[in-house]
Design a binder for this molecule. Structure first.
Ligand code: PFF
Length: 464
């Protein structure tokens, strides 16, 4: 993925390398774990519709803006703003991104650790399936079996911590040893395999009795669900869009700084956003039919897919072998995301604080390690961290689009987007319109609404 050395700045080796790396960052637990359960808690189809609008109208422009900033400055998020706006306060956005990276990496790697638990368990379930007696169980009993397993795993202390630390170690190891090259090669093969497995799951899930209801839930907007808590639902859709695309905290500023000048930033952004969204929707198509077929509550929460997936797998012939493959790929998809988050912190430490890459990686990995351990032992802490991207990422995104729309000289962003005139960038006026007005106004409006509704719940009298 990254090439170079000898004091020269690293860069992605090919057009496909850029897309694979950025898509590797975007596609992960956000698509397969977080998207289905957040959608499930927020009423289904209507949430999906709002989510898609946010991806297109806000997500893609923010992603392009991050690429523009990163590639024109050739630095980490803090350094990039310092370079493009010397003597101004814009670099604080970069700092906000680094803080967000700590928080997100901590809880995200905890969930990534769960994939290792399920990887091991699927082997155990495979070996013991006769003894457990899956074939004699009815839907209710199967569901309880897996939900009890999740409960006992998550309430234990050591196993979640050990899996988390292992994932943290892998992440640090990959970032420090520069085996990203290898990762790029594997990603090219494994990501398409993940897609195929997801499609197999969709087919299986749709063949279950009572599964149609799941598709209706996912695709048919029912706006009455939104009326109950419109502000919460819209804000969570925006937060999920940012989280899933890996935008709003400088991850793609960092990756943008490794993109070669001749690459087309707009098509990269569109390709990544489309791939990311497709995977999320397909994950939904695998999960919800089974959720309804097995009578699982779609609003179950963070455990939704960790109960639903094993349920689907054990209903397939040779299913637990599929389970093993699936969790392995999910673990890999999570790793290509965790390394992108760690890279933000490491690039900042090494470029701004003058540390060696190795020292920077060790320091970042160890400190995130502590935060993550707190997340594993305290559900409250985990909950707060897990909810924080909904706020932190749109906030970062708000300033990023303001910077591109109102601060950075127009010819600079145009020059980046056209790669110095190689591409026509015919969409440029639409892009500027979106980053100048639509994205910042929409985010500001939603934030104001969010704060207002908080105040109303705290002090009901103000609302009348
Ligand atoms: N986009 C990743 C996912 O959907 O799993 C998570 C993530 C990675 C969020 C990088 C933010 C980020 F900067």
């Amino acid at each position: 993925m990254l090439q170079g050395g000898n004091g020269e700045r690293d860069s992605f080796s090919s057009k496909f390398g850029v897309i694979a790396a950025a898509a590797g960052s975007a596609i992960g637990l956000g698509n397969i774990w977080r998207f289905p359960y957040v959608l499930g808690q927020n009423g289904g189809g209507a949430f999906l519709l709002i989510y898609l609008i946010f991806i297109a109208a806000i997500g893609i422009p923010v992603m392009m803006s991050e690429f523009v900033i990163g590639r024109s400055a050739q630095l980490n998020p803090v350094g990039a703003f310092k370079k493009l706006a010397p003597g101004k306060k814009w670099h604080l956005i970069g700092l906000l991104g680094v803080v967000s990276a700590f928080i997100i990496l901590a809880f995200y790697t905890v969930v990534a650790g769960w994939t290792l638990e399920y990887l091991v368990q699927s082997v155990k379930w495979m070996i013991m399936s006769n003894k457990i007696g899956f074939s004699q169980m009815d839907n209710h009993a199967v569901r309880s079996f897996f939900s009890n397993h999740y409960e006992s795993f998550i309430s234990g202390i050591w196993r979640p911590i050990i899996w988390f630390l292992l994932m943290m170690f892998f992440t640090g190891y990959i970032v420090v040893s520069g085996v990203k090259n290898g990762i790029e090669k594997y990603a090219k093969v494994l990501m398409p395999v993940l897609l195929v497995l997801l499609l197999v799951l969709v087919v299986r899930s749709l063949s279950l009795e009572g599964s149609r209801e799941g598709l209706r839930f996912l695709f048919k907007p029912n706006f009455s669900t939104i009326r109950e808590a419109p502000v919460k639902i819209i804000i969570e859709a925006l937060g999920q869009a940012f989280f899933s695309l890996s935008i709003g905290m400088g991850t793609l500023i960092t990756y943008g700084s490794y993109i070669r000048k001749k690459e087309n930033l707009a098509t990269t952004a569109v390709n990544v956003a489309v791939a990311d969204t497709l995977i999320a929707v397909i994950a939904g198509m695998a999960i919800f039919p089974a959720v309804f077929a097995f009578g699982i509550d779609p609003g179950e929460g963070p455990d939704l897919v960790y109960i639903t997936l094993p349920v689907i797998f054990q209903s397939m012939s040779g299913g637990l072998i599929w389970a093993f493959m699936f969790f392995l790929l999910l673990c890999f998809a999570a790793l290509t995301s965790t390394i992108s988050v760690l890279e933000v912190i490491v690039a900042y430490f090494s470029e701004q604080l003058d540390m060696s890459r190795k020292k920077a990686t060790v320091l970042a990995t160890v400190s995130v390690g502590f935060l993550g351990i707190i997340c594993t032992v305290s559900p409250k802490f985990f909950g707060v961290f897990n909810a924080s991207p909904d706020l932190l990422l749109p906030l970062g995104g708000f300033f990023i689009v303001l910077f591109i729309g109102w601060f950075l000289a127009g010819n600079k962003s145009r020059d980046e987007l056209s790669s110095g005139g190689i591409y026509k960038a015919r969409y440029y006026r639409l892009f500027i319109f979106l980053v100048k007005f639509v994205a910042p106004l929409a985010i500001a409006f939603l934030f104001a609404l969010g704060v207002y509704s908080r105040v109303i719940t705290l002090f009901p009298k103000i609302g009348g």
